[in-house]
Design a protein around this ligand. Sequence first.
Ligand code: NAD
Length: 429
Amino acid sequence: MEAVGAKKAQNRQGMYKVVMEQFEHAADVMGLDAGVRKILSQTNNEIVVHFPVKLDDGTIEVFTGYRVQHNNALGPYKGGLRYHPTVDIDSARALAIWMTWKTSLAGLPYGGGKGGIEIDPKNYSLGELERITRRFTYALGDNIGPDLDIPAPDVNTNAQIMAWIADTFSSTQSPSTRFANLHVVTGKPLGAGGLEGRDRATGYGVVVTLKAWAERRNESLQGKRYIVQGFGNVGYWTSHFMAQEGAILVGVQDAGGTLYNAGGIDPEQLIAHSDANNRSVGGFKGAETIDPATFFALDCDIVVPAALGNQITAKNAAGIKAKVVAEGANGPTDTEGEAILREKGVEIIPDILCNSGGVIGSYIEWLQNKRAEYWKIEEVMKMIHEKISTAFTSVVNTANEFNTDWRTSAYIVALRRLEKTYKERGIFP
Ligand code: NAD
């Protein structure tokens, strides 16, 4: 048991501490209403489920799943499900809270939720993952629903997993409501009610914010050298759209390897390699393998963390040479790391703005299902572009108004909307 406890402690990311420090700071700067501050300091609901699944060899394993619902003042809880050994109540809370700020900042009719299973999916067969997902969905029961709490993909979860969740949820409700429940999750495959463009929505949004950052400096992304940590959904699609802007990918790190090529790495060749190698960039011939510890100090203009939380810390922030960190991941920079970056004059495009393309795409998918429509990819990308550009402008203007950094101003935009809602609506009873 002690070994298990030690492993859990090592896995723990401590993101809850970071999100609360960010919140307290922004609330102080804007003078957030004391009552609203108390409400938002707590999560509304925290669901922990333990459920058994029969594995391929006939043995039974019991898994632990989480769903934290932080706040639903603006609409149903919304946020991803993560399958990873680091999933615990602390990370689910932190990620749910970030979702409340993100959906508020993007102007969406949603609150914030997040969850997942403490599991390394690489250790299970596809059939086992399907049974684990379906049983997890069943265990969550009526705690999720299309107008209550709408999960989506996150680390190690994908369109296939969303399709299993939608099917299990619908199959356990009355048959008469089967098609009224399609939007219990977003990020589904196209044939199962998914949205054209949802796969690339987050990475596209990251590049929209980077273009806006460059334009403010009277520059473009053409020829800019960048590195990406994580080459999954967000890391790959960010690189895909960066290539269209003429930017050069010089370094990539994922769970399976760290690569460098000063002459540039082709994202399309790299994703083909990763797809053929169990989702790992390790062993790619088009770059040299380097020491993982040197990754964030690589010579470049832009750093895109697109993997896990708390990756840029006091240990490595001082070595960062880039001009900007675009937070594709949720919570990639901890408080100490951020202080060092500010001291060095490195700009940060904060996660709740930078990676909000994903939840905007999810919102469009939800609308599409509610209205029984199919949207064209051009319309989807246009709406993501408009919503992120509007949010970016609000963040820049609010930073000027309060003479503060972009993370704090992004929080202020989000918190103002929540504060206004609570003031107008009042508190039941
Ligand atoms: P993914 O599972 O598709 O990819 C995760 C990537 O991170 C993989 O390449 C994996 O190898 C890498 N990784 C894992 N552990 C690592 C480590 N210790 N060091 C370096 N790399 C490591 O997940 P994703 O959907 O791309 O999500 C990535 C991040 O973006 C997460 O923080 C997630 O919360 C955030 N995000 C995702 C979406 C979305 O739509 N998928 C939206 C907003 C934010």
